[in-house]
Design a protein around this ligand. Structure first.
Ligand code: ARG
Length: 460
């Protein structure tokens, strides 16, 4: 079937370049399965309201299932003459079953059809994204458990600030992913509303049963307004926004992994299987996976901006502009699944170089705040204690010693109330153990957080 769409109205054939230019089949054929799913539900509804006979419905079902098989086996012949996935499948159906195929589009337009297809498509992509996200969360929990006692420097301004546990740091990443998961789930609430029945823009004169179609397709309800239904792409933007946040998080994880794997930090080892070498420098082991994920975060944010720009000036209702929503959405979903998968695969094999982390925490006066807190407990106002510890740090800098390496007499020179027990709190272990409250870095608090996370978060 190579005839022009609605050819009767036109006096000349479509310009060959325009045909190529306006066709979307080369990318929207990815929604073939959803298109068939939508058509099956629509046909069942048309039969129930008496527009299709049982025989016609059965022919349509048989034809669509055969087409699904042809597509899966790579036998289906896609044609840009048929413009998009919807027309390609409908044309093939009519080739296969004749007149019943021509009746399928009754009470429907490609405008509500495509809106339905994208929603169905994204719904299943989100499921796959959530599955990978969950794998990564579990990997983080396992690694955090293994490293609950591992002490490392915590940073602000990328300067050593206070000691933290590596497990605590990993649980910070875990928290980010919890919010990401909630955002995707929330996005699904608005995504899972069915546009079918809006037809081109104004609804249809047939006595359709939109609740039936919605139920067959697993939508929570039919949409409220036909004009809005065919023009709304908010759900796509929300998905891209949630995706951009996920990628922003993965990019931040990546940045830290790349830094930590450098000889200068030397905090972790990234398994060889996730790194590559250099074509010229024989010694190189480059952290390609995190670098690439960091890079890919840019394209997903780009897609978010593309979609916002795509929508911002469109008058109601459907406009051909909307055809441009697909490629950014498909690429967003692909990128998310691939990046989350790569991270979930890599994370269990990250090796912490515990001694290096510990020594780095010892070098930056990371327990200075603990000394100030100690002086406060001895009765000094915090602001004065801050000043006194500053002087002690200065002595340490001048003599190249950590606070714990100053003598008791030297420390007493700064504050007479200091006694020998000060060395307990100047130790890194004492510092982290003291922060034993909900949200704190103490190994005990981290273990509790991991335990809670396993129970609550992973269940829903
Ligand atoms: N390929 C089109 C899209 O992706 C399908 C809807 C076309 N509708 C129309 N009236 N031209 O949006």
């Amino acid at each position: 079937n190579t005839e022009k769409l609605s050819s009767a109205r036109f006096a000349e054939a479509t310009d060959a370049f325009v045909e190529e230019f306006t066709a979307s089949v080369n990318f929207d054929r990815r929604m073939a399965r959803q298109d068939i799913q939508g058509s099956l539900a629509h046909a069942a509804m048309l039969c129930k309201i008496g527009i299709l006979t049982e025989q016609e419905l059965s022919d349509i079902r048989g034809g669509l299932l055969q087409i699904g098989g042809e597509i899966e086996r790579g036998e289906f012949v896609w044609s840009i003459k048929q413009e998009d996935v919807h027309m390609n499948i409908e044309a093939r159906l009519t080739d296969l079953i004749g007149i019943a195929g021509k009746k399928l589009h009754t009470g429907r337009s490609r405008n509500d059809q495509v809106a339905t297809d994208i929603r169905l498509y994204l719904r299943s992509e989100i499921e796959m994204i959530l599955a990978q996200l969950q794998r990564l969360q579990i990997a983080l929990l396992d690694l955090a458990e293994r490293e609950a006692d591992t002490i490392m420097p915590g940073f602000t301004h990328l300067q050593v600030a206070q000691p933290v546990t590596f497990g605590h740091h990993l649980m910070a990443w875990f928290e980010m992913l919890c919010r990401d998961k909630e955002r995707l789930q929330d996005c699904c609430k608005r995504l899972n509303v069915m546009p079918l029945g809006a037809a081109a823009l104004a609804g249809t004169s047939y006595p359709i049963d939109r609740f039936m179609t919605a139920e067959l397709l697993g939508f929570s309800r039919p949409s409220n307004n036909s004009l809005d239904s065919v023009s709304d792409r908010d759900f796509a933007i929300e998905f891209a926004a949630a995706g951009s946040l996920i990628m922003m998080h993965l990019s931040r994880f990546s940045e830290e992994l790349v830094l930590w794997a450098s000889a200068q930090f030397n905090f972790i080892d990234i398994p060889d299987a996730f790194c590559t070498g250099s074509s010229i420098m024989p010694q190189k082991k480059n952290p390609d996976v995190p670098e690439l994920v960091r890079g890919k975060s840019g394209r997903v944010t780009g897609h978010l901006v593309s979609l916002l720009m795509l929508m911002k000036s469109q008058p109601l209702a459907y406009n051909k502009d909307n055809q441009e929503d697909k490629e950014p959405l498909f690429d967003t979903a692909d990128t998310l699944i691939n990046c989350l998968r790569a991270f979930a695969d890599m994370m269990p094999r990250i090796q912490a170089k515990r001694e290096n982390m510990y020594n780095a925490a010892k070098r930056g006066f990371a327990t200075a705040t603990d000394l100030a807190d100690y002086l406060v407990r001895k009765g000094m106002p915090f602001r004065d204690a801050h000043e006194v510890v500053g002087q002690a740090v200065r002595l340490g800098l001048q003599t190249e010693r950590d606070l714990s390496e100053l003598s008791l007499a030297e420390l007493q020179g700064f504050a007479a109330t200091i006694t020998a027990d000060v060395f307990d709190i100047l130790k890194l272990e004492g510092s982290v153990a003291a922060r034993n409250h909900i949200g704190g870095t103490a190994p005990e608090a981290v273990r509790k957080a991991i335990c809670d996370a396993r129970q609550n978060t992973l269940q829903n």
